[in-house]
Write a protein that binds this ligand. Structure first.
Ligand code: ACO
Length: 339
């Protein structure tokens, strides 16, 4: 077993539902304005899944696109990791449901629960299985249907979130390329700041929990904002240091898309120009675990990513959790590996 395999992203794919909910639509639903939402968050519109669409349906579309791009069949997958806080149901895992939809018969399947940091926890986990040689191909999907747990009568939260899915096929790449460093963290003391109180074993779903709106996402926005600015900077610094890369060598920053002001703080701190930052929250809002992989896929599709580029993925979310990774981009599978 080769213990020094280089591991990277072989292909990406994404999917967002067709229905668009604009700030002007929200003006008719709650006491808010396009001006307030744009100036405080940078968000202009978001996508909303249909009543028939669950998270696994969005994940399936994104996964198919990533597999097609890599020219890999679902049967070749060794493992599927789905990062989500909006699973189809409490169990079985959304990864198992996706495994069945894809026909990925050989693949082990599990969900990761790390809220908006879920995709970073997922790719870090996937990398360990490939580095050790245990697995060859692991599919990681960040997917959310946050509209299903959002209270559209609460202006503090309903303007922020949207639905979508982003997928990445993780596999071995040529030596020196791929993931150079990871940073993951958690602070469980901040759990109550961002949570869905009911529906689990603490407050099982009941007519009372629904009457009290406890099945909806709840957030202490201001507290999360301060935490976000702090950990976006510290996690980015940590992966740069671990990889021995300076901030001037960053070619693209792909941050979690929660609030433009949080991203601007990181951009200022690292002295990045606009073309070095992937931003899509104006069109999608905060898609939690899907934000980073969708933004990355769009950057790849737009030709903004070249072989050898240094890419920083960085995010934070409920838990509280945070994470980052520095990637030397290459989608070329390792020489001699059949596809
Ligand atoms: N429209 C109009 N007014 C609003 C709205 C709205 N949609 N929402 C809140 N307000 C009001 C508030 O009620 C408040 O009024 P008050 O002063 O009379 O009480 C005023 O605007 C200011 O509220 P603040 O909370 O101070 O606004 P702030 O500038 O902090 O922006 C926001 C709020 C956008 C929520 C911000 O705090 C934020 O982005 N926080 C981070 C959220 C985040 O990153 N979540 C990520 C994780 S999500 C996950 O893991 C699933």
């Amino acid at each position: 077993m080769n213990a020094k395999r280089s591991v990277g992203i072989l292909a990406t794919g994404s999917y967002t539902p067709d229905r668009v909910l604009t700030n002007f639509d929200l003006e008719k639903m709650v006491d808010t304005s396009d001006e307030w939402i744009v100036s405080r968050t940078g968000i202009r519109e978001r996508r909303i899944s249909s009543s028939e669409q669950a998270s696994s349906d969005l994940a399936f579309e994104a996964a198919k696109r990533a597999l097609e791009k890599a020219n890999i069949s679902a049967e070749q997958l060794d493992m599927i990791i789905v990062a989500t806080v909006t699973p189809d149901m409490m169990f079985p895992s959304t990864a198992c449901i996706l495994q069945e939809k894809l026909g990925a018969k050989r693949a082990a399947a599990l969900d990761v629960s790390a809220a908006c940091t879920g995709f970073l926890y997922g790719i870090t986990t996937a990398t360990q299985f490939i580095t050790t040689g245990m697995y060859k191909y692991v599919l990681v999907v960040g997917v959310e249907t946050l509209s299903k747990i959002t209270n559209y009568k609460d202006r503090n939260t309903c303007v922020l979130f949207g639905d979508g899915a982003g997928a990445a096929l993780i596999g071995e790449v040529n030596e020196g390329f791929g993931f150079q460093s990871f940073e993951l963290g958690a602070d469980g003391s901040g759990g109550p700041l961002l949570c869905q109180p009911a529906g689990g074993s603490r407050i099982p779903a009941s007519s009372e929990s629904v009457e009290n709106n406890l099945h909806y996402l709840s957030m202490a926005g201001g507290e999360v904002f301060k935490f976000a600015v702090r950990v976006m900077n510290s996690a980015t610094e940590a992966v740069l240091t671990k990889a021995g890369i300076t901030k001037e060598e960053i070619d693209l920053l792909v941050p979690h898309q929660a609030n433009k002001r949080i991203i601007d703080a990181a951009v200022q701190r690292f002295g990045l120009s606009e073309e070095k930052v992937a931003i899509n929250l104006d069109r999608y809002g905060n898609m939690s675990s899907a934000s980073i992989p969708v933004a990355l896929d769009e950057a790849v599709q737009a030709g903004r990513v070249k072989e050898g580029d240094h890419i920083v993925l960085v995010g934070f979310g409920g838990g509280l959790t945070w994470g980052a990774s520095l990637l030397k981009w290459s989608t070329t599978p390792v020489e001699g590996s059949e596809q």
